[in-house]
Design a protein around this ligand. Structure first.
Ligand SMILES: Cc1ncc(C[n+]2csc(CCOP(=O)(O)OP(=O)(O)O)c2C)c(N)n1
Ligand SMILES: [Mg+2]
Length: 337
C-alpha cells in the first residue's frame, strides 16, 4: 500500500504563491456568492456542485501547466475554470444563464467551457470525459507536439469501465495525460468505504497499468504542484501517463440539493478547522511573504471582483430563443440513391 505523502516546501516564488492564494480565495468567494444567488430561487437553475475545500487541487496542479495544455473535468468544474484564468464574469454569467457566459448561457454550472484557455469542460456524465482526455493526449502525440492533458475525476468515477479502458490505452500508447483523482471520500452520499474494494486508489488504478502513481495530500497546494510538475515533465518527455490520487474533502453536500447529512458533524468540523486556504495563508506568513493586512486587502479585492461579476451577469441578456439551434453538431445528411 502506498503511503500518503504530506509536505509543504516552496516550489514557487513569492509572486506566484500570492497569485495561487488569490485564486483559491476567488474560487471560494465565487461559490459562496453563487450559492446565495441560487437560494433566491429565481437566478440560477439546474444542477450546482460546489468545490469548496478542494481548491488547492485545481490551483496547484493547473499552476504548473503551459498555456497550450488541456484541462478536462466533471461537473464540479468552477474551480478548474477559474484556475485556468476564466474570468469570474464569464463564469457567473454562465450560472445565471446569460449570453455573456462561457457557454453562452446554455451550459450552466456543469458545463464551463473555454477552449482558448484550454478548459475542455465541464462534463455531467460520470466517467464520460476520461476517454476524451486520452483523445487530447493522442492528438498531441500524433501531431508531434508536447502538450499534455490534465484530467480530473472523482473517487466514484474510478468504478466506471471507461476509466480503465482509457488508462490501459494511455499506458499502452504512452499518451501525455495525467489522471488526477480528487478523492473527497464520497460519491454523492456513498462513502468510499462502501464503494471501493480498496481504499488505496493508486494501487487500484496505477499499478495494474504500470504507470507512475502518486498518493498525496491534495490539500497541500505546493505538494500538489510539485507532484503534477513531475508528471507533466514525464509526459512531455514522451514517457506516458501518470496517476495522482489527491486526498481532499468537499465542505458542501454533493450538490445544492444535498444537505450532506450522511457525514458525521465532527468529520466535517475537523476538515473545516484545517481549511487549506487558511493553512496556506499561515505558511506564506511564516515565510514572510504576506501579512494579515495584505491578506485582508486581497480578500476585499476578491469580494469586489465577485460583486462586479454578479452585476455584469445581472445586466447581461438572456440568450435568444433561436440560440437553441446553434452550436449543435449534426451528422451530415447523406442523400440515399
Ligand atoms: C453515468 C452516471 N451515473 C450516475 C450519475 C449520477 N451521479 C452524479 S455525480 C455522482 C457521484 C460521483 O462521485 P465522484 O466521482 O466521487 O465525484 P464527486 O462528486 O465527489 O466530485 C453520481 C453517481 C451520473 N451523473 N452519471
Ligand atoms: Mg467523490
Amino acid at each position: 500500500m502506498a503511503s500518503v505523502q504530506t509536505e509543504a516546501k516552496p516550489i514557487v516564488d513569492q509572486t506566484k504563491a500570492l497569485d495561487w492564494l488569490r485564486q483559491m480565495l476567488l474560487i471560494r468567494r465565487f461559490e459562496e456568492r453563487a450559492e446565495m444567488l441560487y437560494q433566491k430561487g429565481n437566478k440560477i437553475f439546474g444542477f450546482f456542485h460546489q468545490y469548496s475545500g478542494q481548491e488547492p487541487v485545481a490551483v496547484g496542479s493547473i499552476g504548473v501547466l503551459r498555456e497550450d495544455d488541456w484541462v478536462i473535468t466533471a461537473y464540479r468544474d468552477h474551480g478548474h475554470a477559474l484556475a485556468l484564468g476564466m474570468s469570474a464574469r464569464s463564469g457567473m454569467a454562465e450560472l445565471l444563464g446569460k449570453v455573456t457566459g462561457c457557454s453562452k448561457g446554455k451550459g450552466g454550472s456543469m458545463h464551463f467551457f473555454d477552449a482558448e484557455k484550454g478548459m475542455m469542460g465541464g462534463h455531467a456524465i460520470v466517467g464520460s470525459h476520461i476517454p476524451l482526455a486520452a483523445g487530447f493526449a493522442f492528438a498531441s502525440k500524433y501531431r508531434g507536439e508536447d502538450r499534455v492533458a490534465l484530467c480530473y475525476l472523482g473517487d466514484g468515477a474510478i468504478n466506471q469501465g471507461g476509466v480503465h479502458e482509457a488508462l490501459n490505452m494511455a499506458a499502452l500508447w504512452k499518451l501525455p495525460v495525467i489522471y488526477i483523482v480528487e478523492n473527497n471520500l464520497y460519491a454523492m452520499g456513498t462513502s468510499l468505504v462502501r464503494s471501493s474494494s480498496s481504499q488505496d486508489l493508486t494501487t487500484r488504478c496505477a499499478v495494474p497499468y504500470g504507470i507512475p502513481g502518486h498518493q498525496i495530500n491534495g490539500n497541500d497546494i505546493e505538494l500538489m504542484a510539485r507532484t503534477t510538475l513531475e508528471c507533466v515533465e514525464h509526459a512531455r518527455a514522451g514517457e506516458g501517463p501518470s496517476f495522482i490520487e489527491a486526498r481532499t474533502y468537499r465542505y458542501k453536500g454533493h450538490s445544492i440539493s444535498d444537505p450532506g447529512k450522511y457525514r458525521m458533524r465532527d468529520e466535517l468540523d475537523t476538515y473545516i478547522k484545517n481549511d487549506p486556504i487558511v493553512i496556506y495563508e499561515n505558511i506564506l506568513k511564516d515565510r514572510g511573504w504576506i501579512d494579515d493586512e495584505t491578506i485582508e486587502a486581497m480578500r476585499e479585492e476578491v469580494k469586489a471582483e465577485i460583486e462586479d461579476s454578479i452585476e455584469f451577469a445581472e445586466r447581461s441578456e438572456d440568450p435568444p430563443v433561436a440560440a437553441v439551434y446553434e452550436d449543435i453538431t449534426v451528422a451530415p445528411f447523406i442523400p440515399q440513391e
